[in-house]
Structure formats: structure tokens, C-alpha cells
Ligand binder design. Structure first.
Ligand code: NDP
Length: 462
């Protein structure tokens, strides 16, 4: 005796949507369908985290070959073949997308390869097959997409990160607009692969939102390794030149001739044409679906998780939001994902790992602080003659001794931060960190060996 075709209809088969659909079907027995208009896997698998990380690995070999000399190796005839790496990455992406499909099948989820548009709180229209289906609950998990500054003349001559994975050939030079995650990661990839790389960033220093010491460290190291960074300006115009060259004019009147331009100026939620307004779903100015802590929209049967809600736009967050949604709506356990102290990594050169409050954010919240900072050259880099250093910083509440934030830039930072995040999430104190014996010889041991603070507010809490 069911009123609807499905108990749950998920729109978007990315990280959040797939997890919700699989869990609802296999663990809660909900009759579930998932609609996807592109490849199954979403941004992370198809045009984000996975192919990006593989390209980062590919680009790292150049430095590894240089480092190897200090360890007695002679590396001759090292040649890079872009089509080989590109195609290998795409083959891996296709394999993973196939696995996602298999897992959905195994979980008993109906896969609908179509564009779904919300008609009303319980109805979805499939636009290619022109069918209508009904569901007790609809989950919007459509993610986001890259955008370009539409009003900038010549913007169409540039690419976005989505195109970068599929380039026919590697450019000899590239100008990247933006100073966030994607700009820094692709500058690392391109310059590592030998492309003459320039970042054009509108602010004073790249990686806004990260701790100021980390931003300075990464910017200096990218510059040291050959990335040109132009701050305080934006691209005003791109003009086509002969032989597919481009002339980029900046607002500061600087002119750059380049083979390629890449827009890495952020991402926007995928809600355009999704019918949400007609179903009465409230959205923010940038198109993000507005949800509460339980991922509920203002329409009682419509929910949203992941980048489309523009909370913290990271794959593991979308997955945790999806799990909490299914537990609450289908498994009788009220669960909300706690968005505090989510760690993240930037796979730049050097890579960054960060969790918790930056020094600035902690002060803005009124904390009196003890700040610990260390910088060192990892053992491996010394024999290699590699000048890249590691920076580690602990932001500690002076009153409670609780470690509020950990910020690392340097080799293995993304791996280290996952473990440090456990301690920050658990609310451990600096004394508890110090009571933990070091693992020697590692870089990570410095995290438990930072003796004296570089600054100590030494006051009672505000
Ligand atoms: P970000 O928000 O990180 O960076 C966008 C950059 O573009 C910022 O430097 C921003 O400047 C700049 N910008 C925005 N608008 C304009 C404009 N009109 N003109 C010039 N510059 C502009 O976005 P990304 O696209 O790099 O990444 C999107 C999100 O995806 C990230 O925030 C993250 O959540 C996720 N992501 C995570 C990754 C990871 O976990 N490793 C990797 C890639 C993406 P300003 O700083 O001044 O605002």
C-alpha cells in the first residue's frame, strides 16, 4: 500500500547522492532510485579529487627525479608524455565510475540515466525520457560546477578545471585566475609538469581562509619553485593571438602572453533549471539550497546534501551529511553531522593540511592564545638538496590548554592532518599532545615536540 513510486528519489550520483541511495536501499530497505545526467561518480570521481590527485602524483615525479641525484641515482632520459598520463587517469576514473554503478546495483538502487527536474514536493520529471515519477522523499545532491566571469571579454578562450583533465596537449605556459584550492593545485600540477605557470589572484595572498603563516609559506614556496604569482589584480581581458596563443590583460595593466588561460575562481551550486523554486524550496542568492542541520529544506519532503548546499564543499562532508540524512529519515536515529573541526588538505607544492581554528579565527572568537610554530627541512630534503621546508603550527587556547587548530604545510601534511584531526576533534590539550611520545625519525614527531610558544597571551579568557 504505497502512495509513491519510490520511498526516496535522489537527484545526482556524486559522493553524497550515491552514499545516501546505497544506504537507504541496502540498510533501510527503502525503495530508492537515483538520477544522473552525466557519469556516475560526480565531481570527486570524474572531474575533481580523484583525477586531480593522480595528476599531482604525476607531477611530483619531476622533483623526485631531481631529489634522487642526492641519493646516488643518475636519472637520464626522463621524458614526460601528457597523453599517456591523461589517458591513464581517465581509465582509472572510468573504472571507479563503473564500481560506483556496481555498488548501486548491488544495493538494489534503480539507476535512472536522465536529467531529473523537481515538479512538486513529491514529483520528479525525467526530461530525456519524458516520464514522471513520484517519491515520498526527494534528495537533492546535484553538487556544483565551475564558473567563468561571463562579463570578462574573451573569457571563453580559457578553460576550467573540468577541461584541464582532458587537454589534447600540455600548454607551454598557462595563466590561472584565482588563489583558492583549485588554482593552487593546478598551478602545482602544471608547473610540476614543466608548464610556465602564473597565478593571478585578486587578494593580497593566496589561500584565503587558511592560517596566515601557511598562506605565506605556500606562496613563497610556489614562487621559489617557479610559479609566478601576481596578487592584487584580476584578468580584465583575454584576446586570441595567432597559433592559439592568448594575450591576457590584467586590471593593473600588466600583459601576459600565454598558451592557455584557466579560470579557477570558485564553484557554484547546481540548481539552475532544477525546478526547486516551483516546488517552493528556498535558495540562497548563489543558488545554494538552504537546509537545516538535518539537511531539511523548507519543503518537508525535500532534502539536500553536499556541495549544492554550499556548507563545507568537501567529499567526506557530503558523505557524512548523506549518512546522517538516511539515519534520521529512514532508520529512526536522529543524526546531524557536526561541521566543526573538519580537516582539509590542499594538494599544492608544498601540500597543506589544516584542521580547526586559524590563529586569526581563534582571536576573532575571543580566545587568548598560545601559538606554537616550527619550521624545518625534512631529513630527505637535506641529502636531496631540496630547499622545501615544513611549517607546523598549533593554535592553543591559553586558558584551557586545548589545541584549537593545527596547520601544516609541507611534505605529507595531508596524511598527518587526518590523525591530528582526531586529537582536535577530541578536544585534547597541548599537555596531552606533549605526553605522546615521538616517532623517530619522522616529520610528524615535531607535532609533539613543540616546546616553547612563539607567542603567549597569558590572560584569562575574554
Ligand atoms: P575557492 O573558493 O577555494 O577559490 C576561489 C578563488 O577564486 C579565490 O581565490 C577567490 O578569491 C577567487 N575569485 C572568486 N571570484 C572571483 C572573481 N570574480 N574574480 C577573481 N577571482 C575570484 O574555490 P575553488 O574553485 O578553488 O574550489 C571550490 C571548492 O571546492 C573549494 O572551496 C573546496 O571546498 C573544494 N575543493 C577542495 C579541494 C580539496 O579538498 N583539496 C580541491 C579543490 C576544490 P577570494 O579569496 O578573494 O575570494
Amino acid at each position: 500500500m504505497t502512495q509513491y513510486d519510490y520511498d526516496l528519489f535522489v537527484i545526482g550520483a556524486g559522493s553524497g547522492g550515491v552514499r545516501a541511495a546505497r544506504l537507504a536501499s541496502s540498510k533501510a530497505g527503502a525503495r530508492t532510485a537515483i538520477a544522473e545526467q552525466q557519469e556516475i561518480g560526480g565531481t570527486c570521481v570524474i572531474r575533481g579529487c580523484v583525477p586531480k590527485k593522480l595528476l599531482v602524483y604525476g607531477a611530483e615525479f619531476a622533483q623526485s627525479f631531481r631529489d634522487a641525484k642526492g641519493f646516488g641515482w643518475t636519472v637520464e632520459w626522463a621524458r614526460f608524455d601528457w597523453p599517456k598520463l591523461r589517458d591513464a587517469v581517465q581509465a582509472e576514473v572510468a573504472r571507479l565510475s563503473g564500481l560506483y554503478r556496481q555498488n548501486l546495483d548491488k544495493a538494489g538502487v534503480a539507476i535512472v540515466e536522465d536529467r531529473a527536474v523537481v515538479v512538486d514536493p513529491h514529483t520528479v520529471r525525467l526530461t530525456h525520457s519524458n516520464r514522471t515519477v513520484t517519491a515520498a522523499r526527494i534528495l537533492i545532491a546535484t553538487g556544483g560546477h565551475t564558473w567563468r566571469p561571463e562579463t570578462t571579454p574573451g573569457q571563453q578562450l580559457g578553460i576550467t578545471s573540468t577541461d584541464a583533465f582532458l587537454l589534447d596537449e600540455l600548454p607551454q605556459s598557462i595563466v590561472i585566475a584565482g588563489g583558492g584550492y583549485i588554482a593552487c593545485e593546478f598551478a602545482t600540477i602544471f608547473s610540476g609538469l614543466g608548464v610556465d605557470t602564473t597565478i593571478v589572484y585578486r587578494g593580497e595572498r593566496i589561500l584565503r581562509g587558511f592560517d596566515h603563516d601557511i598562506r605565506a609559506h605556500v606562496q613563497a614556496d610556489l614562487e621559489r619553485t617557479g610559479v609566478r604569482i601576481v596578487c592584487g589584480s584580476i584578468i580584465e581581458e583575454v584576446k586570441a593571438l595567432p597559433e592559439r596563443r592568448k594575450l591576457v590583460t590584467l586590471a593593473n595593466a600588466m600583459r601576459l602572453e600565454t598558451d592557455q588561460v584557466m579560470w579557477a575562481v570558485g564553484r557554484v551550486p547546481n540548481t539552475s533549471g532544477l525546478g526547486l523554486a516551483s516546488a517552493g524550496v528556498a535558495m540562497a542568492e548563489n543558488g545554494a539550497v538552504i537546509v537545516d542541520e538535518y539537511s531539511r529544506t523548507n519543503a518537508p519532503s525535500i532534502f539536500a546534501v553536499g556541495d549544492v548546499t554550499d556548507r563545507i564543499n568537501l567529499t567526506p562532508v557530503a558523505i557524512r551529511e548523506a549518512v546522517a540524512f538516511v539515519e534520521t529519515e529512514f532508520m529512526g536515529r536522529t543524526a546531524a553531522f557536526d561541521h566543526a573541526d573538519v580537516a582539509s588538505a590542499v594538494f599544492s607544492r608544498p601540500p597543506v593540511g589544516a584542521v580547526g581554528l586559524t590563529e586569526e579565527a581563534a582571536r576573532a572568537k575571543g580566545h587568548k592564545l598560545k601559538v606554537f610554530r616550527t619550521t624545518f627541512r625534512p631529513m630527505k630534503h637535506i641529502l636531496a638538496g631540496n630547499e622545501q621546508r615544513v611549517l607546523m603550527k598549533l593554535v592553543v587556547d591559553a586558558h584551557s590548554d586545548r589545541v584549537l587548530g593545527v596547520h601544516i604545510a609541507g611534505v605529507d601534511a595531508p596524511e598527518m592532518i587526518q590523525l591530528a584531526a582526531i586529537a582536535v576533534k577530541a578536544g585534547l590539550t597541548k599537555a596531552q599532545w606533549d605526553a605522546t611520545c615521538a616517532v623517530h625519525p619522522t616529520g610528524a614527531e615535531e607535532l609533539v615536540l613543540m616546546g616553547e610558544p612563539i607567542s603567549h597571551d597569558n590572560e584569562a579568557p575574554a
